[in-house]
Ligand binder design. Sequence first.
Ligand SMILES: Nc1ncnc2c1ncn2[C@@H]1O[C@H](COP(=O)(O)OP(=O)(O)OP(=O)(O)O)[C@@H](O)[C@H]1O
Ligand SMILES: [Mg+2]
Length: 238
Amino acid sequence: MTRVVTIMNQKGGVGKSTVTVNLAAIRAEILTADLASDAFSPVAAVSIDPQGSAKWWANRVTGLPFHLIQAHDDPLEWLRQLNDLRGIDEVYVDTAGWFDLDPDGSEDGLGYGYAADVLRTVLGVTDEAIVPMLTNPLCFDPTARTIRKLLEPRGIPYRVFINDWDPRDGEHWLEETRKFVRGQGWPLAETVIRHYKVHTNASNEGIVVTQYKQTGTAANAAADFYNLAAELNPIGVR
Ligand SMILES: Nc1ncnc2c1ncn2[C@@H]1O[C@H](COP(=O)(O)OP(=O)(O)OP(=O)(O)O)[C@@H](O)[C@H]1O
Ligand SMILES: [Mg+2]
């Protein structure tokens, strides 16, 4: 079986694509540590976001350690088999920052149309979800809708984590965000991914987190993602 981890938040720009690509890279590095360097990677990132940010990024990377599949134009039949991909142990699914939630009381919380069908199909095979959010109150409601309407009704285990916090802004909103998340009773990863320019620039530079310089600021930035990957694995542990 392939473990399917879906990265989602209805709020745009919270870091879904960034975490999908970087977690896939770290997991591939870990899972292939004892294999030959040209071994088939057991990790895939699947993007169902028609904007294709993850694909744009991955296409610029030399020696991408995982497979990148842009799934939007694929038949739903293929997505239904995501948890049974030959040779792939783990799939990280990058979702779009917009989708219609419950337009007129649809039963499963999703709207109609192809994008909703794609997400519905992916949720049907998802083993665990990861929900990035920012230390910004604008993010609170969309995050709550994502969890209450899509994840909890389906019984999908999920973890929230805080992304893109800039220590120079002080701790106030970090603490407020933590309080909000705990108040909702959501499982929150301890690891906070801090704001670093190296993360913002990585897609343009055509590198993933496992390829950052191993010294100085870049190493500190990478450490956050390594910590997150360690904390989020194994699946289902809360
Ligand atoms: N921890 C971080 N430090 C610095 N920049 C970051 C960080 N996380 C994300 N970014 C930047 O923030 C922007 C939004 O991130 P990303 O594209 O991953 O979000 P998204 O949730 O996938 O957005 P969308 O909803 O549009 O798909 C990007 O420019 C990305 O490089
Ligand atoms: Mg994205």
